[in-house]
Design a protein around this ligand. Sequence first.
Ligand code: NAD
Length: 505
Amino acid sequence: MSTLISEDLIARNPATGAELGRIAATAPEDVAGIVEQARAAQPSWERQGWPGRRACLSRLRAIIAHDADAWAAAVRDEVGKPLGEAAGEVVTTLDSLRWTITHAGRVLAEKRLPRGWQRAMLVPPARLRWRPLGVVGLIGTWNYPLFLTVPSLADALAAGNAVVWKPSELAPWVGQRVQAAIDEAGFPPGLVAVVQGGAMVGQALTHSAIDKGHFTGGVANGRRILAALAGRGIPATAELSGYDAAIVLPDAPRDSTAKALAWAAFVNAGQTCIAVKRVFIVGEARPWAEALAAIAGSLRVGDPAGAVDLGPLITPEARDRFHGSIEAAVAAGAEVLAGGRPIEGPGSFYAPTVLLAAPDNPAPEAALAGCFGPVVLVRGVRDAESAIQAANASMFGLAASVWSRSRRAARDVADRLDTGMVAINDAVAPSSHAAAPFGGVKASGFGRTHGAAGLREFAASQVVHTRRAGGLRPQVFPYDSRLMVRAMGVYRRLFHPRGGGHPGR
Ligand code: NAD
């Protein structure tokens, strides 16, 4: 393998611009060789079986738990989130690891498939197995550099795969730390390898001989990667952008709901794929928008080294893009009740922003779609039906929330929202439920992370049917057509009688 280093990645604190460290970027031409090394390490990892794999994953969890404070500080410094949020990310990552360590053996265990009615056809019984796919190529994002990466790495490894993974070029420092923890945990050499760099390295990974792609990021890049993988018939999981709606029914208590919505909109400075971005108030919206604006105005924005509620946006370019979306929403008729402007400082700070749109004006929603920063757009709608239509009108379908004192009324609305996740009287926080599958529909992608569904994304089912050697076998030539037709007739009358009834299983 060539040792050519194309250039260093410089990790910077987005609040101050201070350099955190330099990380050697991987040369794109080296990626294919790294994937081949991972492939060579995979069979023995698979043969270790679950107890051996669990031991390595348990050590990884212990390493992260042991230095939890240092991990939180690293996330804060590289991504620019308040320390409490970073500490929350560390523990939710640990929760996910614990879930995998506790449950993967069961979820991926062999199962016997009962023969059911087919017994009468002398169909043999079967075992269902879950087999690894080979080498997983994981391309990650920066906003939750642990929580959106480590659980998927762990699930892919738990299922017996090798992994070559690329952290975002905006979070390479935490990425290097994760790889160091993996190395320390004693996984076989080469089985898990980090490749560092930007789009070129991501492209090299996408075009390498991986057996499964796992992408988290924006829609445009996600679709590019999916197209490249689809051209070679490689399956992929795509965790893409969201544009989450909150529907507030008339009986929702204003104070507590507004507080919860403000948190769900502005957590991680709004740079959360499942942040609340659109709020549909059934009824008069202005008092709600004013309540949110009052909270937004009270939030402390600044360097997370101090006591703040919001840190900076990740880069100056990200802040410029975000401000462009706000200006477009205002041009489309949105009224600014709070924020709406960048804040001076060495970091790319932005004032938490509350916009109000007139009930009959959905144009600001279109202008803001896909933006990534601290904004919430409020609009009044006539009734719950109109709120559902407005929420579902988006091309995105990641998460949504419904707010009401009546669980029944909220559930009726929640059940009709086109998203992968819905919460009632909550938002963002429920995604830390380690057993709950995380992922979206529509343009927000497909496939799931976390829980049993997340684990099985990294495995292929294989069914093994076993008949006794020399046993009775009705499926043989030559046909005795009369006997076959009579046998099928008896089977059909027994299990599929006219009129649709059936005699049991
Ligand atoms: P991005 O699409 O710019 O980059 C994501 C990753 O893809 C990075 O590692 C990047 O280097 C790599 N990449 C870029 N171009 C590539 C290419 N052509 N081939 C291969 N790899 C390539 O996204 P981002 O800025 O890192 O993340 C922000 C976006 O991610 C937001 O839209 C957000 O909503 C979304 N997101 C989604 C989830 C989710 O779970 N659904 C979670 C977090 C963020």
